[in-house]
Design a protein around this ligand. Structure first.
Ligand SMILES: Nc1ncnc2c1ncn2[C@@H]1O[C@H](COP(=O)(O)OP(=O)(O)OP(=O)(O)O)[C@@H](O)[C@H]1O
Length: 308
């Protein structure tokens, strides 16, 4: 894997997590974790239960204010170290850069992480509007951009062509994503009536309707059967291929991680223990020993390797 300098690496970063820590009273859930997610890549965060994965996500998406650390998100391309330092020193939550803009997510409330920094997320448990139709779920995701354009907006009040164009744009986008997830036929059915795998993909499509630069998925394959899991992989690979959206995912299903990730970060007890390509991580003795689990006799070999 090419070097991933947080600021100006060969592969432009979308997110640089820098010395992130999160404490809950005496418990250190995330302990001085740093990694970079590259633009246009799928980065997986893995680790055993309680390793701190969801806490990292909650810090990135503004649900938690980190106890320490910096979470820099880059729009348009990499920032220079000077630009990153200048925004950090300014005390502001964002600044313009030569390439576009950078946002310090730890300084933004969650709704601004979503609307300004354009970071979208899904949760471990599905959070669709189950009584709304499939199509309505995709339209409601775009409600913020439509209403903010509409507030005190004469175009909306008078139903002018510009307003109609915006509404048509929202419908076109919803229909595009309906096609992408193969649910056109079920557009008018309540979302809660869909099979579980379809609900998962609808949730991802709904997040994509907000045009995120970074899509954070918390265990998207949880509870899926192998066929549904394959459909999920296909959707995520198509997002990576066809859209300017980078993906950060937490996943326990190693088949998903190994098949679609470009880069894997491994946490254990809140600390990062490995960071590399799926191949590098898969063969890392620390990962084998601590996360994937080993047979007794293998453990002795691993221990020797780790100690070496
Ligand atoms: N709001 C909170 N208050 C107190 N402790 C918390 C809170 N959130 C998480 N923790 C603790 O932080 C540690 C890390 O939890 P976290 O949910 O981030 O782990 P995880 O790797 O996502 O686990 P899982 O795979 O089971 O979802 C755990 O010990 C958990 O109990």
């Amino acid at each position: 894997m090419a070097s991933l300098d947080p600021v100006a690496g060969a592969r432009a970063p979308i997110l640089a997590v820098d010395h992130l820590s999160m404490r809950f009273g005496g418990l250190i859930a995330v302990n001085d974790v740093s990694f970079v997610a590259a633009r246009g890549e799928v980065t997986a965060v893995i680790g055993p239960n309680g390793a701190g994965k969801t806490t990292v996500f909650n810090c990135i998406t503004g649900f938690y204010k980190p106890s320490a650390g910096r979470l820099a998100l880059f729009h348009g391309g990499a920032a220079t170290p000077q630009e990153l330092d200048a925004v950090t020193a300014s005390g502001l939550s964002w600044g313009r850069t030569g390439a576009g803009a950078l946002y310090l997510l730890e300084r933004l409330p969650d709704h601004k992480v979503a609307s300004w920094a354009r970071v979208a997320r899904t949760f471990q448990n599905i959070r669709l509007f189950s009584g709304m139709t499939v199509l309505e779920n995709l339209l409601v995701a775009q409600h913020m951009s439509l209403t903010s354009a509409g507030l005190l907006n004469p175009a909306a009040i008078l139903n002018l062509p510009s307003w109609k164009r915006q509404q048509k744009g929202a419908m076109d986008k919803a229909l595009y994503w309906l096609h992408q997830i193969g649910l056109v036929e079920r557009a008018d059915d309540p979302a809660g009536d869909l099979p579980y795998g379809d609900q998962r993909r609808l949730e991802i499509a709904r997040a994509m309707c907000t045009d995120p630069v970074l899509l954070c998925l918390d265990e998207p394959a949880a509870g899926l059967n192998p066929r549904e899991s394959a459909a999920l992989n296909e959707l995520l690979l198509s997002i990576r291929r066809d859209h300017d959206t980078s993906i950060l995912l937490i996943e326990h299903d190693m088949s998903v991680v190994m098949e679609i990730s470009d880069h894997v970060v491994v946490l254990e007890y809140g600390c990062k223990i490995a960071d590399g390509t799926p191949q590098e991580v898969r063969t890392d003795p620390k990962v084998i020993a601590s996360y994937l689990g080993v047979e007794e006799e293998e453990a002795a070999v691993v221990e020797a390797q780790v100690g070496a």
